[in-house]
Each structure stands twice: as C-alpha cells, then as structure tokens.
Design a protein. Structure first.
Length: 458
C-alpha cells in the first residue's frame, strides 16, 4: 500500500506535466518549440552531426595531410570528413546553420538529403539555401508555421513591396512589383483569394501609388476600399470605358520618357527599353496598380456586340501587360478559373503575367493553367490543398521554383479602415477622375444624452 501511494504521488505530477506538454505542443507550438523542442533538436544535432552526415552520404574521404596527422597524433580510425559546420543560430520558428561544403560536393547533394536530416534531428522540415559558392544554409523549421500564421516582426519592406503571406520555411512572401510587375492569382470560392487581395490593397494603401479596380461582381469585393481607389469599374461596360483611359495614360508616359531622354517621337513603344524610374523624381508619374477581380467576367459574352467589346478589352489588357511595366502600370489579375476556353487572347494574356499564385481550385486544369507552364511539379501540390485551410496557396516562380504560402487573417473592416485612413494619399490623376468611386459617408454616432441628476425634494 505504501509503494502504491508513493507511485501515485510521483506519477500524478508527471502525468500532469506530460499532458501540459502535449497540450502546449498542439495549441501553442511556438511556445513548445522555444521551451522544449528547440533545445532537444539542438542537442540531437550536436551529438549526431558526423554520423548523420555519413549516413546521408554527405562525407568525403579525408586528405592525405589529415590522414598523416591523425595517425601521428592518435591511434583512432580515420573517418570520412563531413561538411564544416558553423554556429547554430536559434530562431522563433527553428534553427539556422551554415555548412561549408567539402571539395566535390554541391548544394543539390544536401537538398536531396533534406528529408533524412528532418527525421534524424526531429524537426518539421529542412530547407537548403545557397549563400555563396561552397556555402549553404540549412533552415530547420520546428513546427508547421502555416497552421497558425504569424508574420515575422522584421520583414523586407520598400516602395511597391508588400509582405502578403508566410512561406512554409517561415520566411515572408513579399509581393515586389518592381521585380514581378504582373501576377495571376487563382482560387475557388472560400479558398482565401479575397484575403490575399485585401493584404495587397492594405499594404499598397499606405504608399504613394494609384489603385485602380475592375470588379465585375458589382463591386462587392473592391467597393469597401473605395476611399483609397483612384478609379473603380463595377461591370463590363464601365471596364470597357476605363481600360482605354489606362492605355492612353500609358502612351502619355511613354511620350514623357521620349521627350526626357531625347528619343525620336516616331519610335515605337516596344523599342523603348527605359522606364519611368530613370526620370527625375519631380517628373516621375505616379505608379498605377490595376486590380482585376473575376477576370472571367470580362471574357463572357452573350451577343455579337458583347464579343466586340470583349475583344477590345482583352486587347487593351494584353497591351497593358506587355508595355505597362516601363510606364509604371502593374496588373494584379484574379479569378476562380482562367483557361483557354475563355476565348481569344486568354492564353496570350496569361503568358504576360509573370507571377503565379494558385489557391485551392475545383479542377486540375485550373492548376495547370496557373502553374503548369512555369513549375509543373507545383500542380499536384496545388490540387492537394484542403478546404479547411483557407489562405493556403502555391506560389510559382519563372525560374521553376515554387513554395507553399499562407495569408494571415485580415478582416474586411480592418482593411477598409486602413484605406479610409490613407485616403489623403490618393494621387491627382485627371484622366481617372471620372471613374473615382463615391465614398459613402460614415454615419456620425450621436452620443447618448447625459442623464442629469434630479434634485431631491420633499
């Protein structure tokens, strides 16, 4: 009886400790990693580094000088040499460590063993990045950072740069319009595409740029940001009037570049390699970002007249995509589906959209249209996105690389409030004034009448 009582007294706190640890790991993975997971993984890495590298085939035969030195000083066996390890740097989401590769090794050798390293050191994932020739960085991620997204405190920022999501390797996904001028974003209903769009608009609202929207769903997606928009079209008829104005604005900017740099006025726009960023800041036009939501609505037709209008709008969109970057006009094209069956010009427009982000889609063909021509391996990853993970997407790069990203939650009210606070940054573009949306006046809350004390009398 005494032994049983002692066992219960000792086992109770241990069970409570184990339950608390499991609960913390499930509900607060960042806290668990900082307190328990990180130290355990660091100890595993330090104690098993050489043996793990040898098991993964990442060691090389030692040099003759090393063999002679070992035999002259000790009698131990001469073992293969692993990559030289740098200092382990802990982060809030994992560990970072730099390796100097041995002669004859390449970064692809380390990347091919990333899955083995993950299991050996007990982490969620291992990513390999080349720092310089002969040096790679291992980024060990301790837990699934995309399950509950928390953006890093320090993110890369700058003009026309918006940190919009978090990558699966715990680095921010930054939408840089100077590097990737145009982008295609696809996603089915409730996939998180609208959340991605909110972050873009909220991030650009604080910068001196002109925001233009085409939302053929009667403006239900972009109308809440009307206070910050320079122009808004809510149906195909308004879009047909707005797009020629943007094309004319682009042509005027090319004329400005020609006049400033002494280029002949009859030089075709396609042969001008410079852009507005070469102009003095006092003469530089304001950059314009065009958001097109539900791009398929611009392609759908019912009558012959609609077909003519469609062809004109698609031609103008293609011209903006081909020539708009040098004029400081950038496109953000969104939709649920985008394919060749939309009609003439769809494939040509897609080819001009460098960036690709694919949320959960309803069919494999849509994922192929978004990612198949730049990162074929990412198509299966996009098709595997679960419906219970809104905001999860696959971002493809023209170099063939791709990564999973997820957008943090941002309510519509918060995004609209950011636009209202930044309404004074709307630039003065005379050509777009006829399309400036009406900003609803916020109702003034009248304070409740004060209750005055009544005198007490007999």
């Amino acid at each position: 009886m005494t032994d049983l009582t002692t066992l219960l007294e000792v086992g109770g706190p241990l069970a409570a400790l184990g339950g608390g640890t499991a609960y913390t790991r499930a509900k607060y993975p960042a806290v668990y990693w900082s307190a328990i997971g990180g130290p355990i993984s660091t100890a595993r890495l330090l104690s098993s580094y050489s043996s793990v590298m040898e098991a993964c085939g990442l060691t090389v035969a030692p040099s003759r000088l090393r063999v002679l030195a070992v035999k002259a000083t000790t009698r131990r066996e001469v073992r293969p040499v692993p990559p030289r390890r740098g200092i382990i740097r802990p982060t809030s989401t994992g560990l970072r460590i730099r390796l100097r590769l041995a002669p004859g090794q390449e970064p692809a050798d380390v990347a091919a063993s990333a899955e083995r390293l993950r299991h050996a050191w007990g982490v969620h994932a291992v990513y390999v990045t080349t720092i310089k020739p002969g040096v790679v960085e291992l980024r060990l991620v301790g837990y699934d950072v995309l399950r509950r997204v928390r953006m890093p405190r320090k993110t890369e920022s700058g003009f026309l740069m918006v940190p919009v999501a978090l990558r699966e390797d715990a680095t921010p996904f930054v939408r840089d319009y100077r590097t990737v001028p145009h982008q295609l974003t696809l996603g089915a209903t409730l996939s998180g595409k609208s959340m991605y769009l909110r972050h873009l608009i909220a991030g650009l609202a604080r910068q001196p740029v002109a925001l233009v929207g085409i939302d053929c769903k009667r403006g239900v997606e972009l109308a809440p940001f009307a206070a910050r928009l320079s122009a808004l079209a809510t149906d195909p008829d308004e879009a047909a009037d707005l797009l020629p104005v943007l094309v004319k604005e682009m042509e005027d900017r090319y004329d400005l570049i020609k006049a400033r740099q002494g280029i002949a006025p009859d030089t075709p726009d396609e042969e001008i390699t410079s852009d507005i960023w070469g102009l003095p800041e006092s003469e530089r036009p304001t950059p314009v970002v065009l958001f097109v939501d539900e791009v398929a609505e611009l392609f759908l037709t019912a009558t012959r007249k609609d077909e003519e209008r469609r062809d004109e709008m698609v031609t103008q969109l293609i011209r903006l995509a081909q020539l708009g970057r040098a004029a400081g006009i950038y496109l953000e094209v969104c939709g649920q589906r985008f394919g060749a069956e939309l009609g003439k010009g769809a494939t040509m427009l897609r080819a001009q959209l460098t960036g690709r982000v694919c949320h959960r889609v309803n069919d494999e063909a849509s994922a192929k249209m978004a990612l198949g021509d730049i990162a074929p391996e990412a198509v299966s990853a996009a098709c595997a996105i679960a419906p219970e993970l809104p905001g999860l997407a696959v971002a493809g790069e023209t170099s063939g690389g791709w990564s999973r990203i997820r957008t943090p939650y941002l309510s519509l009210g918060d995004a609209a409030e950011i636009c209202r606070e930044s309404a004074h940054l709307v630039p003065d573009l005379p050509a777009l004034k006829p399309f400036r949306p009406d900003v609803p006046v916020r109702p003034v809350e009248t304070p409740a009448p004060a209750v005055l004390p009544h005198p007490v009398t007999d």
